[in-house]
Ligand binder design. Structure first.
Ligand code: SAM
Ligand code: SF4
Ligand code: SF4
Length: 336
């Protein structure tokens, strides 16, 4: 029997985001700046990671308590060895939507095996079409052509519709808004622009670096007229816009300028088994210890229930300069 959990603000638990690695082959300036994530950075060691069986067990307990969607993330999830085996375990859980967020670098060779394992869709992060700008964002000289090839491979494998996420940083890639919009118009892929957030403590976030979604919609609309459309489901975080001429849709995610905490149904599981009830949490709740102490499913489910019932997070609604400066967990660790 399914009993959906409800938190202190009346929000149900619906989406579980699982980070499967804290490592990445990119060093995006807004996420894993090289100055912090250098050669000596203390990434997690193998024994610290949850095993695939441990992850699948937690996933089943969440589904029994109302979760309907699981997103695999990281770091770069395709760097976790044999991720297809985990996907197979999760795909066997009935009633679940299963997706993955990736930088796309390994999709050309992996899209088919991911699909065969049971993955339904992918979201690909792509911050520029121009090669120089893209390389400035990923900071490892990675060519944009390979990510575009990854998107094509995902489409060919049936991981559709592909969503493409672009984080905008003022003066760094804002000149890519129109080229990206033009490129993905009519492609069947859904492009979404995301406001740069003050996640973690290492990216040096400043409000001046945020390009507000209102400005993005205005800039695209001046060239390709847009009209708003209804959300796909209540609580969808992306605001949807349609090209008036029939060129498909584009979305904006206004995490900073228009907080959506009141409908936030997400919970996050870190690579080492800590649960976070908010992207901006300062502390997680250790499930790995419970798993490795041989606790029963009922005991672990009760711990999850207690945590969600006590949840009152609404960070983006109460963000101030002081909260933005507080020490928080890193995006590459919690997975976005
Ligand atoms: N490596 C994968 C990728 O890049 O898609 C998955 C993990 S990444 C942390 C997940 C998403 O978080 C990406 O779309 C990335 O652009 C976004 N992200 C990272 N840091 C961010 C920030 N400070 N503000 C907004 N989005 C951010
Ligand atoms: Fe890696 Fe994704 Fe972070 Fe970029 S956004 S550094 S690809 S984890
Ligand atoms: Fe959800 Fe926290 Fe983001 Fe608000 S700030 S939408 S509660 S994750």
């Amino acid at each position: 029997m399914t009993a959906t959990l409800v938190d202190r603000l009346g929000r149900q638990v619906r989406d579980l985001r699982i980070s499967v690695t804290d490592r990445c082959n990119f060093r995006c300036v807004y996420c894993m700046p090289k100055t912090v994530f250098g050669r000596d950075y203390p990434f997690l060691q193998r024994a610290e990671l949850l095993s695939f069986e441990e992850i699948a067990r937690i996933a089943r307990l969440f589904v029994a308590q109302g979760v309907r969607k699981i997103r695999l993330t990281g770091g770069e999830p395709l760097l976790r060895r044999d991720i297809e085996r985990l996907i197979g375990l999760l795909a066997a859980i009935p009633g679940l939507e299963l997706t993955l967020t990736t930088n796309g670098s390994l999709l050309p060779q992996r899209a088919r095996s991911l699909r065969d394992a049971g993955l339904q869709r992918v979201t690909v992060s792509l911050d520029a079409l121009d090669d120089d700008v893209f390389k400035r964002m990923n900071d490892v000289d990675f060519p944009v052509a390979q990510v575009l090839a990854g998107i094509a491979a995902a489409e060919a494998a049936g991981l559709t519709p592909v969503k493409v996420n672009t984080v905008l940083k003022r003066s760094v890639n804002e000149n890519q808004i129109l080229p990206l919009a033009r490129h993905f118009r009519g492609s069947g892929h859904v492009l979404r622009f995301i406001e740069y957030m003050d996640v973690g403590s290492s990216n040096g976030w400043r409000m001046e670096d945020v390009v507000p979604s209102g400005e993005v919609v205005r800039r695209i609309g001046e060239v390709f007229p847009l009209e708003p459309i209804d959300p796909n489901y209540p609580g969808e975080v992306a605001e949807r816009w349609r090209y008036v001429d029939g060129g498909g849709e584009v979305g904006v995610i206004s995490s900073v300028t228009q907080a959506f905490c009141s409908s936030c149904t997400r919970i996050r599981l870190s690579t080492e088994g800590k649960l976070y009830t908010c992207l901006f949490a300062q502390e997680g709740h250790d499930l790995r210890q419970l798993l490795r102490e041989d606790r029963t499913d009922e005991e672990i489910a009760a711990a999850i229930g207690t945590l969600w019932s006590a949840r009152g997070d609404r960070y983006s609604e109460i963000r101030t300069a002081a909260t933005a400066a507080a020490r928080k967990i890193e995006m590459s660790y919690i997975g976005g």
